[in-house]
Design a protein around this ligand. Sequence first.
Ligand SMILES: [Mg+2]
Length: 408
Amino acid sequence: MKITSAEVVVTCPGRNFVSLRLETEDGVVGWGDATLNGRELAVASYLRDHLNPTLIGRDAGAIEDTWQYLYRGGYWRRGPVTMAAIAAVDVALWDIKAKYAEMPLYQLLGGASRRGLLAYGHASGGELPALFDSIDQHLDAGYRAVRIQTGVPGLGQVYGVAAAGGGQRYDYEPARAAARPTEEHWDTRAYLRHVPGVFEAVRGKYGPDLPLLHDGHHRMTPVEAARLGRSLEPYDLFWLEDCTPAEDPAALRLVRQHTTTPLALGETFNTVWDYQTLISERLIDYVRSAVTHTGGITAMRKLLDFAAMYQIKSGMHGPTDVSPIGMAAALHLGLAIHNFGIQEYMRHSPDTLTVFRTGYRFEDGLLHPGDTPGLGVEMDLEAAAAFPYQAAYLPVNRLAVDGTVHDW
Ligand SMILES: [Mg+2]
């Protein structure tokens, strides 16, 4: 099972993706996702210039050893670029091992713990009628849980609200192809005044059963987040996500003292160490990391097993910048673990799905990774070559009152 080839593939079928293709001496191919939204070429270089040369000749079956070799061997540990690159290698090796075993990956991880993975989609609207239309579209598409994001009176484009009109619109795609980031504006007081009324209207129209989620996108101070969590309690949220900047875990202590709204955090994290305080002090309810950004299946499995000891569940990041390879990895892992919570699921564009041939399915609100040996996703390199890289950035946020840079 010696690795004989390691190649990076960068493609932009509507948005940028970085993938890793490993091949063994027997011609078995494994795929990994290394996409880091807005910083894609840094990970491509990390793989191409630093990791890939060290992989040639290694045993493709020695997954744990390779993970430790790359993590400890680099000396400079952690960070989103390093951990996305290690994740790509790790997922590609799991793909290869499952193909050798002639099993879908979830079988190697212990087998299915459930029929499928409850998924949530992104419903949004600038105002209530558009938001209701979006919720209706998601329910018609089979979703049984929805994230609710809304415009804020007085502000223009706001995080999480899909732009009106056509074009190649995903549910919500914030990265824009441009030479520099676009700039948005923000007013936390206006947001805090507006959001509870939106949830009151949604609960009034759709009743008590539908799981509702909301993303604060790191924009609040602890006391602001505590106030929002408390004001949303009557509407029984499934979770409030990223209510404060994630790199300050102690902030969640204050939020927790004031609200029983469940909290989700961690999509920008990249190791289990980032979660040590949050999990051991039970400051969150859901782990938001993606397999793609957290060192792969090997590391995510350990992180979620640690979380399970504290009754904390998975809520893996699944926007469209997680490629279909990364999504498949999340689905196999989510199907196998006991402490699965929910899976974010934005559908990829038709162009993306011509480049990535997927075997996973979405039926009756549940995702399933399929039963093809391996991950069940293969890339079409000819199709990928038709979509060259395009520079694209996530927006920058400024306070409306005076232009101070704020968390986006
Ligand atoms: Mg989020």
